[in-house]
Design a protein around this ligand. Structure first.
Ligand SMILES: *[C@@H]1O[C@H](CO)[C@@H](O)[C@H](O)[C@H]1NC(C)=O
Length: 148
């Protein structure tokens, strides 16, 4: 029983660890992937959004009891609308990907899907954490010293 508990804790920590980006490493990677200025939104907005959605960690998932969907990865992209996890009711899969792809250390596909999300009419307001933590704030600290 105790061995099982310890094994369970090890597995749990393995699923939540993932790749944790350093702030400037993330800013430079987002820039390389063409997110800076995409739809007129600065890199600082994206770094702020990711800070408060996932704390820069690619492996974060959060289950939403209300609609039984799950949010995946650094951008916390939702399985109801954007990716397929095989268990979300009435899912749409707007990005045409498996949700697991959004948890990879390589964030190329996650960025591509975020570009799709932000291309919808509500834009970056789709992210609650952006509205609460980044909108109308001075965001210079998020890219300070990153050379981007
Ligand atoms: C934002 O904050 C930085 C320092 O944290 C400051 O240098 C800069 O002037 C501020 N920008 C605005 C528009 O307030």
């Amino acid at each position: 029983m105790k061995a099982l508990l310890i094994l369970g804790l090890l597995l749990l920590s393995a699923t939540v660890r993932g790749k944790k980006f350093e702030r400037c490493e993330l800013a430079r990677t987002l820039k390389r992937l063409g997110l800076g200025g995409f739809k007129g939104i600065s890199l600082a907005n994206w770094v702020c959004l990711i800070k408060w959605e996932s704390n820069y960690n690619t492996r974060v998932t959060n289950y939403n009891r209300g609609d039984r969907s799950t949010d995946y990865g650094i951008f916390q992209i939702n399985s109801r609308y954007w990716c397929d996890d095989g268990k979300t009711p009435r899912a749409v899969n707007g990005c045409g990907i498996s949700c697991n792809v959004l948890l990879q250390d390589d964030i190329t596909q996650a960025v591509k899907c975020a570009k799709r999300v932000v291309s919808d009419p509500q834009g970056i307001k789709a992210w609650v954490a952006w509205r609460n933590r980044c909108q109308n704030k001075n965001l210079s600290q998020y890219v300070r010293g990153c050379g981007v």
